[in-house]
Design a protein around this ligand. Structure first.
Ligand SMILES: [Mn+2]
Length: 315
């Protein structure tokens, strides 16, 4: 056999113009939705690396196109249809523009879009870009006047103050979050191996009160002790760097690190967070489709995005 079988031949028409065939809302008019897929090519890339995760939003749309025709079926990750009867559905806001030179402009565009979606009472699901993208998303949360528990899933703690001369880059997102008055708790899950953090960065995180749960601890004790750390009724923002998952689950990332979380652990953290409190905003960063293996990671990340949509519709 030389040609791969195509799932679409069983499932029917495939349309990848929006994620899961959801209604398109490039004007950010989302008030009738429960969550909004917001594609973001990048924010503040480091020097010559460029916006290496810029193609993630579209790659996930392509990955889920064959499942668009199954949107009303029973989803075992959610224990029912994605959008149960009577619940508002999600929409797809398309991709924000990306400026290769003016990174402050990128941050302003992301911040404004997230703020606008949240002002409509809708959960923004920011998809794509490197891990500098959550910084303006987190900043936008201050407009709501609420305070937040931040749940980060990542192989790296991202507490560098400045890296490569840049304060708003992918190695600094949790440090920047810690400086925001509306972020009152930071739980960091999945750290392992080495990243950009020095020992004093780890100490600064611990001194601030960040609760760091290395991947090894998740494998030893499961996710229940992590979820128990989230205050009941908290408003929760989730920063999901897909390299927090094991590279066998998501091969498509720049910094593959063995020993990562399983799909089930990632899924369980999302579902468990929604049980503890209210998911207010989520971002999925660092997916690099060009480094993926035959679309394996694209499906895993897409399914987690889909799960957040189902959770948002139910809350
Ligand atoms: Mn990372």
């Amino acid at each position: 056999m030389t040609d791969k079988p195509d799932l679409a031949t069983i499932l029917g028409e495939v349309d990848s113009s929006t994620f899961l065939g959801l209604s398109a809302r490039s004007d950010l008019n989302v008030s009738d939705a429960s969550s909004a897929y917001l594609g973001v090519p990048g924010a503040t890339p480091y020097g010559q690396m460029g916006a290496f995760a810029r193609n993630a939003p579209q790659a996930l749309r392509v990955a889920m196109a064959p499942e668009a025709s199954l949107i009303d079926r029973y989803n075992f990750d959610l224990g029912g249809p994605l959008f149960p009867a009577g619940c508002k559905a999600a929409v797809d806001c398309g991709d924000l523009p990306f400026n290769t030179e003016d990174f402050a402009a990128n941050r302003a565009v992301i911040r404004a879009a997230v703020a606008e979606i949240m002002a409509a009472g809708v959960v923004p699901i920011v998809v794509g870009g490197d891990d500098s993208v959550p910084i303006p998303m987190l900043d936008a949360l201050s407009d709501t006047g609420d305070s937040y528990t931040l749940l980060q899933i990542d192989a790296h703690i991202d507490w560098r103050d400045v890296h490569m001369g840049e304060r708003f880059g992918l190695s600094s997102n949790m440090r920047r979050a810690s400086e925001m008055a509306h972020i009152r708790q930071i739980i960091q899950v999945g750290a392992r191996g080495t990243g950009s953090a020095h020992s004093d960065d780890v100490q600064d995180a611990l001194d601030w009160g960040a609760e760091i749960v290395p991947a090894e601890e998740v494998h030893a004790h499961g996710i229940a002790p992590i979820l128990a750390r989230i205050e009941t009724g908290a408003r929760i923002v989730i920063c999901f760097d897909v390299d927090g998952l094991d590279p066998s689950v998501v091969p498509g990332c720049l910094a593959r690190s063995p020993g990562g979380l399983s799909y089930g652990q990632g899924l369980g953290l999302l579902r468990g967070a929604a049980e503890r409190g209210t998911i207010a905003a989520v971002d999925f960063a660092e997916f690099v489709p060009e480094m993926d293996v035959d679309g394996i990671g694209a499906v895993a990340v897409s399914r987690l995005v889909t799960t957040v949509m189902g959770l948002a519709a139910r809350q």
